[in-house]
Design a protein. Structure first.
Length: 231
């Protein structure tokens, strides 16, 4: 199973490890009783730790079932835009999370996935594509950087920042190199100047930097670019 996909699968197993009728806080199974429902979601009360919580298909301090979160992560890393993910969740589960909520899910569980995938060494090709997209939350711009291998469509690295500098581009490149241990022959990007310096600082003259045309399907950065939206 490929790197981040493997990590996401492990993350899914981690969050699905909470068993029904067990307290999600203290783990007690004997002293948990039903405590009514809210909007169709079963609530529980633990006599041992004196806490209330929603159906155990959700996570501690979260009200959303894990299958919703797992679906959202899968769709995001499959290349769907945030708006498309929200529409899909609404159609499938009758629940449309805010973009800030999706961002919280991606941040929290991507960390688990990346941690689980860190020791995996993918067998990737010599041509990579890097791109970045922006998400506006509360007036702030948050940049999501990704780099993939064109041969396997393997996501080599992701980076989040409040800037679009050479330092950010270099961080993305170094993460990809640390994962693969490989120097690519070519990296395609958009016209952001930071990529040129980031690639040179990481790989030197061994890697050629090319700016891919949006109409060139083979080298199109749209392969990994979700549609950015505002909150």
């Amino acid at each position: 199973m490929r790197g981040l996909e493997r990590g996401l699968e492990v993350a899914k197993k981690i969050i699905e490890a909470i068993q029904p009728a067990k307290c999600k806080y203290c783990g007690s199974a004997e002293e948990v009783v039903r405590f009514g429902t809210y909007k169709g979601v079963q609530r529980w009360y633990c006599k041992k730790c004196k806490r209330k919580f929603s159906d155990t298909d959700t996570l501690p301090r979260m009200k959303t079932p894990v299958r919703h979160i797992a679906s959202a992560l899968s769709m995001y890393y499959g290349g769907m835009s945030l708006n498309s993910i929200r529409r899909h969740l609404d159609q499938q589960y009758g629940y449309r999370p805010s973009e800030s909520t999706l961002y919280e899910w991606l941040t929290r569980f991507s960390k688990i996935a990346i941690k689980e995938a860190k020791d995996y060494k993918p067998n990737v090709g010599d041509v990579w594509i890097a791109d970045e997209t922006v998400l506006k939350i509360g007036g702030d711009k948050i940049w999501f950087w990704d780099i993939i291998d064109t041969k396997t469509r393997f996501l080599l690295a992701s980076h989040m920042s409040f800037t679009r500098t050479t330092k950010d581009a270099e961080s993305l490149m170094r993460q990809a190199y640390n994962l693969t241990g490989k120097i690519p022959r070519v990296i395609y990007t958009d016209k952001l100047r930071a990529y040129l310096d980031g690639i040179e600082l990481t790989f030197g003259a061994d890697t050629e930097h090319r700016q891919g045309s949006p109409f060139d399907i083979e080298n199109n950065t749209n392969i990994i670019e979700p549609t950015s939206t505002n909150t």
